[in-house]
Design a protein around this ligand. Structure first.
Ligand code: AMP
Ligand code: ZN
Length: 468
């Protein structure tokens, strides 16, 4: 599998730190508002990356934070006359709803910055002890020039940065030893949330959050660190400086960055009035359409959002869903036949589409080509099935289609509503039937569940199920 690594600026073979395991950290949103469709891009892209690793049999430890202490959150709290905590709690909830709508799996852990302050104080202390940080009047700064590799991710050198240093100097920070130094801890201002530290009552800088949360939940070294391309500098560059200086180890092996989403060929911004939240889009479209739209381009290409492209995505997705519906309709009336020789041969041919899907995903997650492979399969299904097709053949085709669309996080087979309890009951019944060697009944239960969009997986630990 090849991944474009921002660090080396090349596509590299993916070699995990530990066999069959992926440790991955994705910088999450600052929760002061509903998430916008630009924020949705990294969420969808890296959820798809995770799903593909899982499809390949990797065990993925996926960590994504919520930045729940920040100037913008405090600003909104003051505006509304509520606490910063109330603002962030509310928008974390809203963000989770949007994520569910886009079928983004919850992370293995979603740490909150405000619950990790102790770890941040500890890492800052280590950096001071090692000479990488210093305190001035209650503020702690990182001594950027001391970290010899500074600039290795953004491919900037310190001299380039020096020429832009004036803009880096913020009022009140003129006590810094060097304009390139950045804040690790800052004292509170009146009315702001604060924590007690050895340096002042205050709060951490933004960059230290991710270094600490990544270390706590994934260890000192991780496989992949990801986010939007605006985070390369300074956020990720600073994370590297902090983590590598504190831990004495390479931080992340691969750095992945998605390109930006624009609207009608303009940068999305509040001042241009073209700012769109995911929630707004959900009133017009099923969020699956937004997901499909995002995956129709390669994640490193800029993507333009427009009404026309959303309409095209809607009909594209409908084409796939229709193929699944068509199979289910035929299955409803089909004879209980096992696959005929001719059907076996036809089914065998669909392997080509799976292979081209995988080839696309292995090439730095080229979802645009992976979607094209799904369309090929859809076309094949539509032209190679009819009322005479046997049930086993139809079912195998549906499973194959669901297998691929599931990697993309697209729900093409919603099934009927079925409660978890009913599913468990049917699984128990199926186990009993198998024990009694009533395989016909066991298979019938499996089919019944599949028709409702429930996929069973027999593992050594027992039967696992998931909704397609
Ligand atoms: P923020 O809340 O601004 O820290 O952003 C959360 C994530 O969304 C980061 O990974 C950003 O890089 C990403 N992001 C923000 N705006 C856009 C955009 N217009 N297109 C793509 N990604 C974006
Ligand atoms: Zn981060």
């Amino acid at each position: 599998m090849k991944i474009f690594n921002t660090l080396s600026k090349t596509k590299q073979d993916f070699v995990p730190l530990e066999e069959n395991k992926v440790r991955m950290y994705v910088c999450g949103p600052t929760v002061y508002n509903f998430i916008h469709i630009g924020n949705a891009r990294p969420m969808i892209v890296f959820d798809t990356v995770r799903r593909y690793f899982e499809y390949k049999g990797y065990d993925v430890n996926f960590v994504s934070n919520f930045t729940d202490v920040d100037d913008k959150i405090i600003g909104r709290a003051i505006e509304e006359g509520i606490t910063a905590d109330e603002v962030s709690k509310r928008f974390i909830e809203e963000c989770r709803k949007d994520m569910e709508g886009m079928n983004i799996k919850p992370a293995t852990t979603h740490p909150l910055a405000t619950e990790e302050i102790d770890g941040m104080i500890e890492m800052i202390s280590t950096l001071i002890d090692k000479g990488y940080a210093y305190e001035k009047n209650g503020t702690v700064y990182y001594r950027t020039r001391k970290f010899a590799d500074y600039g290795k991710l953004s491919h900037k050198n310190l001299d380039d940065l020096r020429s832009g240093e004036r803009s880096l100097l913020v009022t009140g920070e003129d006590e810094k030893e060097d304009p390139l130094d950045f804040v690790l801890w800052k004292p509170k201002k009146e009315g702001e949330p604060f924590w007690v530290s050895p340096w002042s009552e205050g709060r951490p800088g933004w960059h230290i959050e991710c270094s600490v949360m990544s270390k706590r939940y994934l260890g000192e070294q991780i496989d992949i660190h990801a986010g939007g391309e605006d985070l390369v500098f300074p956020h990720h560059e600073n994370e590297i400086a902090q983590s590598e200086a504190a831990n004495g180890k390479e931080f992340s092996r691969y750095w992945m960055h998605n390109a930006f989403l624009n609207i009608d060929n303009h940068k999305m911004s509040k001042s241009l009035g073209n700012f769109r939240t995911v929630r707004e889009i959900s009133r017009q479209y099923d969020l699956q359409v937004l997901r499909f739209f995002m995956l129709s381009a390669h994640y490193r290409s800029p993507l333009n959002f427009s009404a026309d492209l959303m309409e095209a995505s809607k009909s594209g997705l409908a084409r796939i869903v229709n193929a699944a519906d068509h199979l289910k309709f035929l299955m409803g009336n089909a004879a209980e036949d096992a696959m005929s020789g001719a059907e076996k041969e036809k089914f065998e041919k669909t392997k080509d589409f799976v292979l081209s899907f995988e080839r696309a995903m292995e090439d730095d997650f080229n979802t645009a080509d992976a979607v094209a492979a799904v369309f090929e399969l859809v076309k094949y299904i539509n032209t190679n099935t009819d009322e005479k097709s046997g049930k086993e053949y139809l079912k195998a085709l549906l499973e194959r289609l669901v297998m691929l669309t599931d990697v993309l996080g697209l729900i093409v087979d919603k099934g009927e509503d079925i409660l978890d309890g009913e599913i468990e009951k049917l699984i128990e019944e199926r186990q009993a039937a198998r024990k009694a060697k009533d395989f016909a009944r066991a298979d019938a239960i499996r089919d019944e569940l599949l028709a409702k969009g429930i996929i069973l997986k027999d593992t050594r630990e027992g039967v696992q199920w998931k909704r397609a």
